[in-house]
Design a protein around this ligand. Structure first.
Ligand code: 13P
Length: 252
């Protein structure tokens, strides 16, 4: 049985005070409830300590938005996996499309980052997704399975079991355009078969795969009820406690 995860990627939004406020409102909304999913907040680095303190004692887990591939040293501006675990993080995003397309991270870098996350004991949430031109050219499946092979291909089966994959079509991120449940389902099947080719049928069946891209309370129910979609990676709608809680409670 795969678990369901609803994760909120706050991106570069809010300072540590605002982050603690948002986390507090989310934790309050979860009090006395038993959601049908694991909940992960992914704040900017600067807000992590306050968010961790705020959600202490609740079921909420914390992730980092990125990490560097070296463990320590003269790498100005970078943050290591061990620094994230020391703060209480259990997850980290690797290869978010904004890291790939705005910052320019390549498969080679992401492979190193994924390895560093696993060595630090973090569960990587590895993001894949095609841009609009690739979808319109009928290449979405090839692009996404290529990203899976390129970065996850060299892992051991036991390391793969710690990885969550997030399918985030780049054209759906922050645009208000969501993949239909059918399109998302098709791509999740593409990812499962790439994983099955690489690691065997069980890996294809057991890997948790989230959908991300304009997930909102209005569309979350239909997306989350697709059998191959195991949860959501939410951007904009995770910045308001009410809409994030509505998405969490749309998991059945
Ligand atoms: P939006 O939900 O704002 O489209 O962002 C999705 C995303 O990139 C989550 O990582």
């Amino acid at each position: 049985m795969r678990k369901t995860i609803v994760a909120g990627n706050w991106k570069m939004s809010g300072n540590h005070i605002e982050g603690a406020g948002l986390a507090g409102n989310i934790a309050k909304g979860l009090e006395g409830k038993s959601p049908g999913c694991e909940i992960v907040l992914i704040p900017p680095f600067t807000a992590i300590p306050d968010v961790v303190r705020t959600v202490q004692g609740s079921i909420v887990k914390i992730g980092g938005q990125d990490l560097f591939y070296e463990e320590e040293g003269a790498f100005t501006g970078e943050v290591s996996g061990a620094m994230l675990t020391a703060l209480g993080c259990t997850y980290v995003l690797v290869g978010h499309s904004e890291r790939r397309h705005v910052i320019g991270e390549t498969g080679d870098i992401l492979r190193l980052k994924l390895g560093a996350a696993l060595r630090a004991g973090l569960n990587p949430i590895f993001c894949v997704g095609e841009v609009l031109d690739e979808r319109e050219a009928g290449k979405a499946a090839d692009v996404v399975s290529g990203q899976v092979r390129d970065v996850l291909g060299g892992l051991s089966g036991s390391d793969l079991a710690k990885v969550v994959v997030a399918y985030e079509p780049v054209w759906a991120i922050g645009t208000g355009k969501t993949a239909t449940p059918e399109d998302a389902s098709e791509m999740h099947v593409v990812i499962r078969s790439a994983l099955a080719d690489l690691f065997g049928p069980e890996a294809g069946e057991e890997t948790v795969i989230l959908y991300g891209g304009s997930v909102k309370p209005e569309n979350a129910g239909a997306l989350l009820e697709v059998p191959d979609i195991d949860g959501a990676l939410v951007g904009g709608a995770s910045l308001k406690a009410g809409s994030f809680l509505d998405i969490i409670f749309s998991v059945r």
